[in-house]
Write a protein that binds this ligand. Sequence first.
Ligand code: NAP
Length: 248
Amino acid sequence: MRKTLLITGASTGIGAETARLAARDGWDVALNYRGNTEAAEGVAAELRALGAKAGLLQADMGDPAQVEAMFAAFDARFERLDGFVNNAGVVDTAQRLDEMSAERLQRMFAINTIGALLAAGQAVKRMSTRYGHAGGVIVNVSSAAARLGSGNMYVDYAASKGAIDTMTRGLGDEVAREGIRVVGIRPGLIETPIHAKGGAPNRAEKLSSTVPMGRTGTPDEVAEAIVWLLSDAASYMTACTIDVTGGR
Ligand code: NAP
């Protein structure tokens, strides 16, 4: 039987590439996104062409009511949840912390942190043996920023991802005996639309000299690691986060 994966933020970038690789690996995929319906529909069509079942779940991960509604919509269309990739995320323009507004901080943490924590909780309810399910894997997409702090760029984003690393560790412990592995991944500078959305289209390329490998990464290089973490090949890994950063 094919397993089912739900990926948040799957219309572009790392999420979309994870969906493609997972479909090739035998997963059916539910794709969450917020605004880019055209791109999300395009990814879903690609997955169907690969023989996978694909469904779109539009929801703003920064709105707790929409997170809950998204999981209810998932239940109506898919029978089981075996994998969950907590990937939706945003950055903002480069700013010092002492210049940031409360509204900016609230949006950053609402999407990147609170939405991700709420969604992980919803995933546990659909995977845990405690609730009569067969177990599963949660992959949290953090960032190298969680380690580096992103001073003079976006300390708020880095802090919102630091909380994700802590959640991976704690939730991993919490559900380890309930059939669920919780693992995290910290991408480095990856070529995706996120940099342009945050007002700096060339950010990754500009910083590439700070990467020991001397180059930016591609979404598929991150997606390969995520799909591996989802697989049984990573069966003894939980409550930990790995770097995919070219050494940064
Ligand atoms: P991306 O191409 O901009 O993709 C972000 C995805 O998240 C899109 O599908 C977007 O959907 C969705 N999204 C944004 N806000 C949302 C919301 N409120 N609710 C639901 N979906 C929302 O960027 P990416 O680089 O692939 O980012 C994926 C993850 O990797 C993020 O968590 C990011 O922080 C992390 N990351 C990226 C890098 C990098 O260098 N690219 C490095 C480290 C970590 P719509 O466009 O349809 O709204």
